[in-house]
Write a protein that binds this ligand. Structure first.
Ligand code: ATP
Ligand code: MG
Length: 276
């Protein structure tokens, strides 16, 4: 059954939550309300609670809830079309998909009440799948442009320390970089902003194994610095080796939330939801 078909069924269901009925406006939490989710008795650093998001009439993110501790790396996994990118986009508060209800909190700030630029200022750093390197600008201009408005994050030199290849190519036009180098630039550009939650959408996509290893090593370094991160990857095994925890989505809903090791140890679970 396709997600769209499920959407249609659920849209017409009498069980459909009251808050989803009618209108395009967000109908979530009251301003200033605190999340109820806690981790180990502590308020989570990041939580999304019962989020529902739509592309037009298509009901895609169907009540997703999870929380993340500060410094934790979470692999968000699932088959093609499971809703991974849509969940990241809903968290980043980009217009599509439209968040219709639920709460999203980062470091006590209500992202669900924000537009994308406010979520970015609050510390959401989305590295999209298509990387979006700005045409006609050198590597360095791409990085400097990210720092044009506060809050500024890493210095350009620190980004070059993390990605020496970018330093070597600082005067090269960004769009002429190799795929792997463009991915490094996309990550570097995000770190140039003051990021509290890094969202990586398929950072290894389309890259040769040797480049994947190079980016993996960099992500390990970023992890050791305590950056809270969600990584979406088709290469689930690579993501599971990097991540502390895994969340598996299926048809826009969370079907597993546990340790990465539990997924690595459970062949049936992997076969059922990840086809690996
Ligand atoms: N702009 C859009 N308009 C309508 N439907 C969309 C749009 N973008 C995505 N969808 C639908 O939403 C569902 C989830 O898509 P999403 O891109 O979030 O999946 P995904 O888990 O990231 O998949 P993949 O692994 O292929 O990247 C799919 O059924 C997809 O067709
Ligand atoms: Mg995707």
């Amino acid at each position: 059954m396709s997600a769209a078909h499920v959407a249609e069924t659920q849209m017409n269901s009498p069980d459909r939550p009251e808050t989803l009925l009618g209108g395009d406006q967000f109908q979530g939490a009251a301003p200033g309300k605190r999340p109820t989710l806690t981790t180990g008795g502590q308020p989570a650093y990041f939580s999304c609670w019962d989020i529902h998001a739509y592309y037009g009439e298509s009901y895609i993110v169907q009540g997703v809830s999870f929380d993340i501790r500060e410094g934790e790396i979470v692999a968000l996994l699932g088959r093609n079309g499971a809703g991974k990118t849509s969940t990241l986009r809903a968290i980043a508060r980009v217009d599509d998909p439209a968040l219709k209800s639920g709460e999203i909190w980062l470091d006590h700030k209500p992202l669900h009440e924000m537009k994308a630029h406010q979520a970015a200022q609050t510390g959401i750093g989305l590295v999209p799948e298509d990387r979006r390197i700005i045409q006609g600008l050198t590597v360095e201009r791409n990085l400097k442009l990210a720092q044009i408005a506060p809050p500024v994050g890493w210095s350009i030199e620190r980004i070059y320390d993390l990605f020496p290849r970018l330093g070597e190519r600082r005067r090269q036009e960004g769009t002429t970089l190799s795929g792997g180098e463009q991915q490094m630039l996309a990550i570097g550009r995000t770190l140039a902003r003051d990021v509290k939650l890094l969202l990586l959408d398929e950072p290894y996509e389309g890259l040769a194994p040797v480049i994947v290893q190079e980016i993996e090593r960099t992500l390990e370094q970023i992890k050791s610095l305590g950056m809270t991160t969600i990584i979406v990857e088709q290469n689930a095994i690579a993501a599971l080796h990097l991540a502390d925890r895994a969340i598996i989505l299926d048809m826009g809903q969370v079907v597993f939330d546990g340790t990465s090791q539990a997924v690595l140890d459970d062949a049936d679970l992997r076969q059922q939801y990840l086809a690996i």
